[in-house]
Design a binder for this molecule. Structure first.
Ligand code: OGA
Ligand code: NI
Length: 375
């Protein structure tokens, strides 16, 4: 533990010993250790505003009816027309964020999943230590995102696991305890992948593309990727000086977040303010990641967001990242590039992009901006 880089300069170990944030929190300290100081009190205002709400029920309903009537699948445009497509398009362009209701994911599964993972984090430290991760893959139990020695840190522990492609899924690395954790995660991952696909189909239509365009651009059924990060934000002694998660945009395709039903914390940057997200009951929060911003040639925005913490109650959130496959070359889609609207980004595989991000940890939107072609 705590080994420095090897002779090749390759960091397979963290650059310094890992300190569990939960351990710090439980030690009863009354001041925040220096490494977690990340913000000052004089900041841009924080407000509460409702982020766009999209009801998915009608889409599913209409699709089923179509199938029952065995109509030819030649007019998918009916799904893109109308208020919902416009609402999605507006949300993806102006907010980069929306909440979905009537999303079809079983409420009980959502609640059980939250509970199982909360229980995992409440296990004794030694039990969790078995799953300690390394920056080589990030898989397992972790307490930092970047590998830079001496970097400022966020007030968060997490568990990261791969879900798709199946070749990367290794449930033997997932928590053995609590017992429901593995089977629930399997089931939940499937429901999220299904919802992720549904969302990319809706987004394709709302961009004026063929329905499966983004799905194929992600690598299709076999090629697409996905992973889950469960975030645990312990109580913090000086919450206005720390971040649970510093401002960042999500590197992947899109993110489906199951927020904590009892504790708010997510803030989204909108226009010129940090907006506190108060999710509707049973909703899921969806946001555009950097790869959809690139594919859409910046029509859809991967927006900065961050997490604040509090001194009263810990918070658990589950972020499901629905991504292009690692070897898929991501670039602005041909249909969206014209003479007047030239490609804004250089092609890059998602693995290359992710490696770049992982060396730094959360850095606002600097990564996707750096990828911009110079033209
Ligand atoms: C993330 C993220 C938000 C939250 O994991 O990338 O932005 O509310 N999480 O935990
Ligand atoms: Ni995020």
């Amino acid at each position: 533990m705590g080994k420095e880089e090897d002779e090749n300069g390759c960091l397979n170990e963290w650059p310094e010993p890992i300190v569990r944030v939960q351990g710090l929190s439980e030690s009863g300290i009354s001041t925040l250790p220096d490494r977690y100081f990340r913000r000052s009190r004089s900041e841009r205002p924080e407000v509460v505003e409702e982020i766009p709400v999209i009801d998915l029920e009608a889409v599913a309903g209409r699709k089923e009816e179509e199938e029952e009537e065995e109509e030819e699948d030649n007019d998918s445009s009916s799904l893109s027309s109308g208020a919902r497509g416009e609402k999605m398009s507006g949300a993806c362009r102006e907010w980069g964020f929306f909440q979905v209701v009537n999303h079809g994911v079983d409420q009980e599964l959502m609640a059980e999943m939250q509970e199982a993972w909360r229980e995992f984090f409440l296990l004794p430290a030694e039990e969790k230590q078995e799953y300690a991760n390394s920056p080589a893959t990030y898989e397992g139990y972790g307490s930092r995102l970047g590998v830079e020695k001496g970097a400022k840190l966020d007030w968060c522990d997490y568990f990261f696991l791969n879900f798709l492609p199946i070749s990367l899924r290794d449930s033997s690395k997932w928590p053995r305890l609590p017992l429901p954790c593995r089977p629930l995660t399997e089931k939940y991952g499937q429901a999220m992948a299904c919802l992720g696909e549904k969302l990319t189909r809706m987004m394709s239509l709302s961009l004026g593309l063929k329905e499966d365009r983004l799905h194929q651009a992600f690598g299709g059924d076999q090629g697409r990727g996905s992973c889950l990060r469960v975030n645990f934000y312990p109580k913090c002694p000086q919450p206005d000086l720390a971040f649970g998660l510093s401002p960042h945009s999500d590197p992947g395709g899109l993110t489906i977040l199951l927020p904590d039903a009892n504790v708010v914390g997510l803030q989204v940057f909108h226009v010129d303010k940090w907006v506190n997200v108060k999710p509707l009951p049973n909703s899921l929060i969806v946001n555009i990641g950097d790869q959809i911003q690139v594919m859409s040639n910046a029509a859809y925005k991967s927006v900065e967001h961050r997490v604040i913490v509090n001194s009263i109650k810990e918070r658990v959130s589950l972020a499901f990242f629905y991504n292009p496959g690692g070897e898929v070359v991501v670039k602005p889609l041909d249909e969206l590039v014209t003479e007047n609207n030239p490609a804004m980004y250089l092609p890059m595989t998602f693995n290359e992009y992710r490696a770049f991000i992982r060396s730094k940890g959360p850095q606002g939107k600097s990564q996707v901006e750096m990828l911009k072609s110079k033209s």
